[in-house]
Design a protein around this ligand. Structure first.
Ligand SMILES: C[S@@+](CC[C@H](N)C(=O)[O-])C[C@H]1O[C@@H](n2cnc3c(N)ncnc32)[C@H](O)[C@@H]1O
Length: 217
């Protein structure tokens, strides 16, 4: 995993995390499971940002690309307006099965729709309009997902992309791990694209592993 300590200072991360109320119930159990099994889930400060974005933009239809065990989907639902739904895509069968169980245990089957598929195959044929998209799947494919994300996002909708600084490697060659060079180059292309696409107004926040916010104009 990329090192989030290369994004900001450890004492800043500790301070920010110190302000976040711990989760309870199924989310707390999922955090423990994720830690034990090495499943990457949203950092606490990234989850807090998602919470704020959900409360501010009140999306009725959220698309998540990259479910893992369902942590961020279950987390976000708590802060969505009544009747809002999350559609989430996961390609790994074991992850999808665990997510399905977690969604059932959380009593959220009516609010979270899990699509077990490869987003590279599914996104081009997905219809509908989403108010918010949370992009959190294979980082090397963000650049390939972008045209469909823009198409699926309604005007004035929000695209939230996680891990865009990728342990700082996207911003500094000195941090580069040679084995990650393809991912880093594609993420650099992605960041350039979201910052230079006339359809989007984007900003990059050094939160968690780097979060990009892109507003569809
Ligand atoms: C970082 S994890 C998602 C974490 C989750 N959003 C959370 O915060 O709880 C990324 C997930 O995306 C899935 N994934 C990667 N590439 C994908 C693709 N092309 N289509 C669907 N899922 C994909 C992986 O299997 C993995 O479970």
């Amino acid at each position: 995993m990329p090192d989030e300590h290369n994004i900001t200072y450890p004492y800043i991360i500790d301070f920010i995390r110190g302000q976040i109320a711990p989760t309870s119930g199924i989310l707390a159990q999922m955090e423990k499971y994720a830690q034990k099994c090495g499943v990457p889930i949203a950092d606490p400060e990234t989850a807090e940002l998602l919470k704020l974005l959900c409360l501010l933009s009140k999306p009725l239809r959220v698309l998540e690309i990259g479910t893992a065990i369902g942590y961020s989907a279950i987390f976000m639902v708590q802060y969505l307006p009544a009747g809002a739904k999350v559609t989430t895509i996961e390609r790994d069968a074991d992850m999808a099965q665990t997510a399905r169980q977690n969604i059932t245990d959380a009593g959220l089957t009516g609010r979270i729709d899990l699509l077990e598929a490869d987003a590279q195959v599914l996104l081009p044929v997905l219809d509908g309009e989403y108010d918010m998209i949370f992009l959190d799947a294979a980082k090397a494919h963000y650049i390939h997902f972008l045209p469909d994300c823009i198409r699926l996002l309604r005007p004035r909708g929000l695209l939230v992309s996680d891990n865009v600084l990728y342990g700082g490697m996207v911003a500094s060659r000195s941090l580069l791990n040679r084995r990650k060079i393809t991912i880093v180059k594609r993420l650099q292309k992605y960041v350039h694209a979201i910052c230079h696409t006339p359809d989007l107004a984007s900003t990059i926040l050094p939160v968690g592993d780097g979060v990009a916010l892109s507003y569809k104009i």
